[in-house]
Design a protein around this ligand. Sequence first.
Ligand SMILES: NC(=O)c1ccc[n+]([C@@H]2O[C@H](COP(=O)([O-])OP(=O)(O)OC[C@H]3O[C@@H](n4cnc5c(N)ncnc54)[C@H](O)[C@@H]3O)[C@@H](O)[C@H]2O)c1
Length: 437
Amino acid sequence: MTDSTRRDFLKTTGATAVGTAALTATSYAAVQGANERVLVGVIGPGGMGTHHIRTLVTQKDVRITHVCDVDRTRLAAAATAAAQDGREPATLADMRRLLEVREINAVFIATPDHWHAPASILALDAGKHVYVEKPCSHNIREGRLMIEAARRARKVCQVGTQSRSTEHVMAAMQLIREGAIGEVLSVRVWNSQLRRNIGRLRPSDPPATLDYDNWVGPAPLVPYQANRLHGVWRWWYNFGAGDMGNDGVHDLDIGRWGLGVDTHPSTITALGGKYFFDDDQEFPDTQTVIFEWPSVGKEGRKKQLIYEQRIWTPYKMDGYENGDAYYGTRGVIILGKESGWKLYGERNKELKTMAGRPNLLAHHRNFFECIRTGNRPAADIEIGHLSSSLCHLGNIATRVRRVINFDPKTEEVHNDKEAGPMVRRTYRDHWGRPRGV
Ligand SMILES: NC(=O)c1ccc[n+]([C@@H]2O[C@H](COP(=O)([O-])OP(=O)(O)OC[C@H]3O[C@@H](n4cnc5c(N)ncnc54)[C@H](O)[C@@H]3O)[C@@H](O)[C@H]2O)c1
């Protein structure tokens, strides 16, 4: 921490007043029960990062001491949004400076996907607890490295799939576990909504307020182009994971949860492409992926998850824009993470329903609770890695248009020269390049 950063930190957070000496990253657990606050840094306060800030400032035992963004305009807006008790947090453009602040206990990472693993690994190695947005990684190898970093650091690493802490989703999972619809052998997941065309643009100069080089970070450096950021980076291979890794990952995660599988699938097949959008997007707008798990579950049966994506329609399938249908041997649950679920028994008899909304605050509280208790969080990095890997595997299978045989133990695709290298990525020489890739 530089002197000026420390001065800013003390000035903007009143850190001395809350006794920062006791609040080192390693000692927070020791102060449970005291009137101390968890000191938080927010990295990448764009769309979702701002949403986190608005939820964080409502929590009395949390203080945002620093915000960090490579876009100065966004940084200033984030500082205003993060003001608590009339004080704004310090602003930093370089996440390394934030991670040097010893007093910070936890970081929220809401950068584009290509920065999730690099930033999380740096933060965990710096001794911070990490809440990282979904998909937790840009590729499968990075997810594994994140698990290793979290276990090495003995820190909490929560992934931003808030349905894991959402009451109506948890209630549906409980019913499935209790056998309300028998054995669930197959789940259908859909992501059906109306996205927009991102146009066709040519490279141009980045805005003066943006540090584009560090926005790209360790990903291969491509020229700035206005339809690559903000937000729209999702549709580019270099930075995102398409809509499978965007909205799809939430439903894939709860689909996998209800299916009761806690390993990777071993067989994946897919078809899809850009059937609708005529623009620069690289990922498919139409995609059907089938995942198969070999001999799991009580009876040692195979299990299947089917993912359907159509991002050019306002039509809500089975009443839900995005949803999960859990097919059991004695009934079905149709669930929309945004609104509720219905349980049907034999002959389609509606037996139970529940309404609900995603609960981001509950997911934050689960994270802070685990910092105190040392427990694994609801969306621990291992869970996040398995679910994010479904997006990556689905995208790989869609790109190569072949059946992919994935080895769940080595996390490699053997005997496929095109698909094999896609479980990882190439990096450029940059300080953010993750250890061990
Ligand atoms: N959990 C949810 O429901 C949910 C909803 C929306 C988005 N998300 C996730 O949140 C993440 C962000 O999405 P978004 O739509 O807010 O994107 P965004 O482009 O609006 O915001 C990303 C921010 O990160 C900043 N950034 C990029 N590189 C940085 C770096 N090196 N250091 C600091 N800041 C950096 C950008 O300047 C930008 O302000 C994505 O991973 C997305 O999947 C989650």
